[in-house]
Design a protein. Structure first.
Length: 108
C-alpha cells in the first residue's frame, strides 16, 4: 500500500526563524474494501532555524527536516495503531521527497 503524501511549510508570522510544517499522508483514500485499512493522518511540527539563513535556505532546510521528522512520526503512529487491529500491523516504507517541477522543466 503506497501512501500519498503532502507537505506544506510556512513561516510563522511575527516570529523570526520559526516555521510550521504540516504533513498529510493518506492510504487507500478510495476506501477499497479489499484493503484492510483506510487512513488519513496529518502531523504538525514547529521548527526554528538560524535567522542568518535566507528565507529560501530556511524553507528548504525546514522542508527536508520536516519531511523526515513528520513522516517518521506518521509511520510510527500507523504501525502502533494498526498493530492492535485484527488485520495486523501496516508497515510503511520510506517516503522520497522530490523537488517541485516548474512549467519550464515539464515542457522539456
Amino acid at each position: 500500500m503506497t501512501p500519498a503524501n503532502q507537505i506544506d511549510v510556512a513561516q510563522v508570522l511575527d516570529t523570526a526563524g520559526q516555521y510550521i510544517a504540516t504533513m498529510r499522508s493518506t492510504f487507500n483514500a478510495e476506501k477499497d474494501p479489499t484493503a484492510p485499512y483506510s487512513i488519513d493522518m496529518e502531523c504538525i511540527g514547529v521548527f526554528t532555524v538560524d535567522e542568518k539563513l535566507s528565507v529560501e535556505e530556511a524553507r528548504r532546510g525546514v522542508t527536508i527536516t520536516a519531511h523526515s521528522v513528520l513522516y517518521g512520526a506518521i509511520r510510527e503512529a500507523v504501525l502502533w495503531i494498526t498493530g492492535r487491529q485484527p488485520y495486523g500491523p501496516l508497515h510503511l516504507g520510506l517516503s522520497v521527497l522530490r523537488g517541485e517541477t516548474s512549467a519550464d522543466t515539464q515542457s522539456k
